[in-house]
Design a protein around this ligand. Structure first.
Ligand code: SF4
Ligand code: SF4
Length: 376
């Protein structure tokens, strides 16, 4: 059951130094976990479990939280030594990454990123004044993102689109362009966890986000900021994926996502979950100490099971080639966003049909996003 895993996430700590308005972690993992920091023995055991079972030639190891820069530097040094040792034992190529809020990155941490070649994904919801509506410390975050960019350790920037910033899409894209930050993901907000203080986005607002992002990429011929979700839709619109290509490239944008199949996460106590958003108790796959195949597969079936709408509507839907089918982990807590994403996807498909095909194709090629993975 772990043979296909090529991406493993470690919840290094459940602590965080920010208090984002829409954080869902505080309502999920914090209740579940006893240890606030992952012990080095737990992390090593998780690495051993995955490296000894995965049959893939490469594994992405991602440090997550809470805020992973709150863990000690010594902890990372010990763990990365261990990862490198096991990578060589099992002949696996490893890429190290971290997802950080970038609020406080010490010089010592910057040295760690450079020395150990850790790529850091950042989170920023637009220019500081807009970012501060949902997250906070915008100026500090921006300065740290630019420091990462300067030393070539920045992966990309996740920008969550909520009711607070969805009317500022052009401003946000222009800001990222001005800052030289060209690799951006607009994550459509789900009203889950603490985030249920904010309303779900309407279908019209989601569609407007897609359309304005498209308009920006059209105006810049796909040569400046590349937004991931729209680029993937354009690429699939121009060349729909075959069933085989979809199965080979499972991710959050495919009809069935990669959670628990290619991707797995371990929390501070050693509990295993399919992905960072499905870390609800009901989706617990087991732990690093005890894994039962039947339970694992049964839990994945519950997570990935499509409701009746899928067989009744999606199979024959005109927009299904570009659809990301929304996140199954949040379906129960926020069914409204799923419905709105569906409507917005159809609106966007109809909109693309009115655009000159050669223009859509040109942006799709220029943005160079294929099958949901950004080509290197
Ligand atoms: S747009 Fe809606 S109906 Fe069409 S494939 Fe996506 S989720 Fe299904
Ligand atoms: S459950 Fe949601 S967040 Fe997790 S991998 Fe699937 S689509 Fe992505």
């Amino acid at each position: 059951m772990l043979r296909k895993i090529n991406e493993m996430h470690l919840y290094v700590t459940s602590h965080c130094n920010m208090g984002c308005l829409y954080c869902s972690d505080s309502t999920k993992r914090a209740k579940l976990t006893g240890n606030q920091f992952m012990k080095i023995e737990t992390a090593k055991k998780f690495v051993d479990l995955i490296f000894s079972n995965s049959k893939q030639g490469y594994i992405d190891v991602v440090f997550h939280g809470g805020e992973p820069t709150l863990q000690t530097l010594e902890w990372y040094q010990l763990l990365i030594d261990h990862i490198e040792h096991q990578a060589s034992n099992y002949n696996i190529e490893v890429k190290l990454a971290m997802q950080s809020n970038c609020m406080a990155i010490s010089n010592e941490y910057m040295d760690l990123f450079k020395k150990r070649k850790i790529t850091v994904g950042a989170s920023m919801d637009g220019p500081p004044d807009i970012h501060n509506l949902t997250r906070g410390k915008g100026e500090e975050v921006l300065a740290n993102i630019l420091r990462l960019q300067e030393v070539n350790r920045l992966g990309g920037v996740i920008c969550v689109i909520t009711d607070c910033n969805c009317d500022e899409i052009s401003t946000i894209l222009q800001f990222f362009e001005n800052m030289g930050l060209f690799s951006i993901s607009f994550n459509i907000f789900y009203s889950v966890g603490n985030g249920n203080q904010l309303p779900p986005l309407s279908a019209q607002k989601i569609f407007d986000t897609y359309r304005m992002t498209y308009e920006y990429m059209k105006a810049t011929a796909g040569k400046k900021v590349i937004e991931r979700s729209v680029s993937i839709m354009l690429s699939k619109y121009v060349k729909p994926l075959t069933k085989e290509e979809n199965l080979k490239n499972l991710n959050c944008y495919s009809p069935f996502c990669h959670a628990g199949i290619l991707n797995i996460i371990c929390d501070t106590d050693g509990n295993l979950f399919p992905c960072g958003c499905s870390d609800y108790p009901k989706f617990k796959l087991g732990s690093i100490y005890s894994l039962d195949r039947d339970h694992y597969l049964k839990t994945l079936r519950v997570l990935h099971e499509k409701h009746d709408n899928y067989s009744q509507n999606c199979n024959n839907c005109f927009a299904n080639s570009i659809c990301s089918f929304s996140c199954p982990a949040f379906r129960e807590e926020d069914p409204v966003t799923e419905k709105h994403l569906c409507e917005a996807t159809k609106m966007f498909y109809r909109f693309l049909e009115t655009e000159p095909p050669e223009v859509v194709a040109e942006i799709a090629v220029a943005s160079n996003v294929k099958h949901g993975r950004k080509d290197n």
